[in-house]
Design a protein around this ligand. Structure first.
Ligand SMILES: *Cc1c(COP(=O)(O)O)cnc(C)c1O
Length: 384
């Protein structure tokens, strides 16, 4: 069979429509209108309010995290987390090249630079072996315990893996590396709310983990994000720094350090409170959709990407690997022409003009995946 053409009717049947099918759209099937209206009627639509507190509490319970602070976007969450992880001027942060551009932009905003390491085929995320071989060749630990890039003498301060399309990265391997090389681990879990690595939520292994609630993620607050902290003291610092470091006082407006205005507005948190009530159902339905895709592609010339071992993935975006770039391109053209939206991964960061001079390891797997991977429509589907 010609899988490129078969995909279209298959996807149309799953989503019960012959109209345009987007890659991912939000589902509002619970208390969204009720809570948002309530926030409006309370007049607390902005940076403080009960929904903000409730939403943080709900994410904390769901992820079993020590501390959760919600923010105005996932990108802002990432910026604040890297700032509190101590990333600063002239330092380096190790990150994959196959990621969303926000990661690199946040590193740059802090005056630091990314170093790109390769991914692996098991997770589509940062490969501990690739990172380790870079460090062994180019880095050493100085007297005060810092990881130093030998040629430049600059500090490598953090490692920022990402859970690609919701699939957990090899956290055991990366935690061991972070410990050995004294790097702060920050997890970009923007896409992976609901995904488990060895039974624990992604975003809870690093000193900080960030989540995004942008409109295309598994659940949304319109725009928004969250910072999970492993240690409660860090969580308090996150809360302070993302609230412009404002000093608590009945009427005085004072700030005791440099900070950011990054808190999530109450009206967005109202939407979040309704959405997170459905997270178990969303994860379950997305996993059921993934299983349908897996069966469909079984035995075809496309390889469906399955969750890594010892993981439960939220299957945020389903993905297949075509056998070569031509196959990928013709599949993308045919499906998009016929109203079924599909997409290749992000252009790798090392190919973008503002990051193409950054240091990197061999990136053959990144390049190969970029040339073969296609994401498929992955919205939560409700029973017809
Ligand atoms: C969505 C996303 C972000 C950014 O989140 P926003 O809320 O859109 O700012 C960061 N990293 C990854 C991997 C993402 O997918």
């Amino acid at each position: 069979m010609d899988i490129k053409r078969e995909i279209v009717p298959f996807v149309q049947e799953i989503f019960h429509t012959s109209e345009f099918i987007p890659l991912h759209e939000p589902k509002f099937i619970g208390n969204e209108k009720h809570y948002v209206l309530d926030a409006i009627e309370s007049t607390f639509v902005s940076s403080v309010g009960q929904y903000v507190n409730d939403f943080e509490e709900k994410i904390k319970t769901y992820t079993k995290s020590s501390s959760v602070v919600v923010t105005s976007s996932g990108s802002n969450a990432l910026h604040a987390a890297l700032y509190l992880a101590g990333v600063g001027k002239d330092q380096f942060v190790i990150t994959p090249s196959l990621t969303f551009v926000s990661a690199c932009n946040c590193i740059k905003q802090l005056g630091a630079e990314p170093i790109f390491a390769d991914i692996n085929y098991e997770t589509l995320g940062l490969c501990p072996k690739s990172v380790e071989s870079f460090l062994t060749e180019h880095a050493s630990i100085n007297k005060s315990g810092k990881c130093i890039h030998k040629n430049s003498g600059r500090v490598i301060s953090a490692i920022l893996p990402m859970h690609t399309f919701g699939h957990p990265v090899d956290l055991s391997g990366l935690v061991a590396l972070a410990n050995k090389w004294n790097l702060t681990l920050v997890e970009d879990a923007a896409e992976s709310l609901g995904s488990l690595y060895k039974g624990n939520h992604t975003g809870t292994y690093g000193r900080f983990g960030i989540i995004s609630f942008n409109g295309n993620k598994i659940m949304t607050t319109g725009g928004g994000g969250a910072i999970l902290s492993k240690v409660t003291d860090d969580g308090n610092r996150v809360r302070h720094i993302t609230s412009t470091a404002r000093v608590n006082h009945a009427y005085e407006v004072a700030h005791d350090e440099y900070g950011f205005n990054y808190r999530m507005p109450n009206i967005n948190a109202a939407l979040g409170c309704a959405q997170i009530e459905k997270i178990d159902q969303f994860v379950q339905l997305k996993r059921a959709l993934a299983l349908q895709y897996e069966r469909f592609f079984d035995g075809s010339e496309c390889q469906f990407f399955k969750e890594p071992k010892e993981c439960r993935s939220n299957y945020w975006l389903n993905a297949i690997l075509c056998h070569d770039r031509d196959h990928q391109q013709s599949l993308l053209n045919i499906t998009n022409d016929l109203g079924v939206m599909t997409r290749p991964p992000w252009n790798p960061m090392h190919t973008l003009p503002m990051y193409n001079e950054c240091m990197r390891t061999d990136l053959s797997i990144t390049q190969d995946v970029y040339h073969r991977l296609v994401n498929l429509p992955s919205s939560v589907t409700l029973a017809a």
